[in-house]
Write a protein that binds this ligand. Structure first.
Ligand code: NCD
Length: 307
């Protein structure tokens, strides 16, 4: 059994396999029961809807069992260390840990102590690798008539827009897609900006209008208010909307082929308007639809007999 702590854990051929397998599953192929008789712990120490649901449904399709562990009701609330939590899970026969946590490095630390698979389901401002793989599957699927598989990323111009600094999605999506040949540009207020190399970007600009006419994909991010620290200068909503939001007005400027993505949760009226969500550019529904097939494909790959 293998782990997925970072997007760097997947080599190109492995990623191609997972992506193509997720397409087959999305089109109705049966999952292989690689988790039959196996137990997974969904250790979710931060809120989640899409990710926790897609992992739990995926585990069921693979005929595994799952139990959710959260910070409020587990002994982590009694100051038990992560290391001791891992020892308990291992002694109780768990084979696989799916981990969401507020601290960067949690999945790597758990992976060091745990014998089975550890999958990073989003940690602090670190990584969210399964989201990046899912969105790579979605994008390549939407452009599949080109018959190029992941080759569609070669030269693809992508703007990742909004609160970059607090986004693990930006870090994983940017780094993975840049590796596949995409040209990534960040768009963020200076206070929520991020070093380009941290997310595979070639640069960061501070106004969406600078790049909106020159990109193939606009990947929008939520303002992650729960992560703003006292040191963050608050960007007032009016400035944020004027320079960084995908508003109904900016929607008019998008070329017909431009794809708009958002990992969710969306804050309508802040980073995107209702008209954007309702428009044919927006593919968040396809992203949600690929949540389960991508996690099934990843778990088949990581936990299959031959791995
Ligand atoms: C993201 C996350 O939790 O990092 N959501 C997700 O998993 N789909 C993005 C966010 O919270 O804004």
């Amino acid at each position: 059994m293998n782990s997925l702590v970072s997007v760097d854990d997947l080599r190109a051929g492995e990623l191609e396999w997972v992506v193509r397998r997720s397409w087959e599953l999305a089109e109705g192929a049966q999952a292989r029961p690689v988790l039959r008789g196996r137990r997974c712990a969904l250790v979710f120490l931060e809120p989640s809807s899409r990710t926790v649901l897609s992992f739990s449904v995926a585990i069921e399709q693979l005929e595994g069992h799952w139990i959710r562990v959260d910070s409020a009701t587990s002994s982590l609330s009694k100051q038990e260390s992560l290391r001791d939590t891992v020892r308990v899970l291992e002694a109780q026969g768990f084979d696989c840990l799916i981990v969401r946590a507020p601290w960067v490095g949690t999945a790597a630390i758990m992976d060091r102590w745990f014998k089975g698979s550890v999958l990073n389901a989003g940690e602090g401002v670190g990584e969210h690798p399964s989201q990046a793989v899912q969105d790579a599957s979605v994008l390549a699927y939407l452009r599949r008539e080109e018959g190029r598989g992941l080759g569609v990323f070669d030269g693809l111009r992508v703007a990742i827009v909004g609160d970059l600094r607090h986004s693990r999605v930006a870090r994983s999506v940017g780094r993975l897609w840049a590796r596949l040949g995409a040209h990534i540009v960040g768009v963020a207020p200076p206070t929520w900006s991020l070093a380009p190399e941290a997310f595979g970007a070639q640069g960061v600009v501070d106004d969406l209008d600078e790049v909106i006419d020159e990109v193939d994909v606009v990947y929008m991010l939520r303002v992650q208010r729960e992560r703003l620290s006292d040191r963050d200068t608050v960007v007032d909503q009016e400035t944020f909307r004027r320079r960084f939001a995908l508003t109904a007005q900016r929607l008019e400027r998008l070329a017909p082929s431009v794809i708009v993505m958002h990992p969710g949760p969306i804050t309508r009226g802040v980073e995107v308007d209702d008209a954007v969500v309702a428009s044919p550019h927006m593919v968040d529904g396809v992203q949600y639809r690929f949540g389960v097939p991508t996690r099934v494909a990843l778990l088949e790959y990581l936990c299959g007999e031959d791995t």
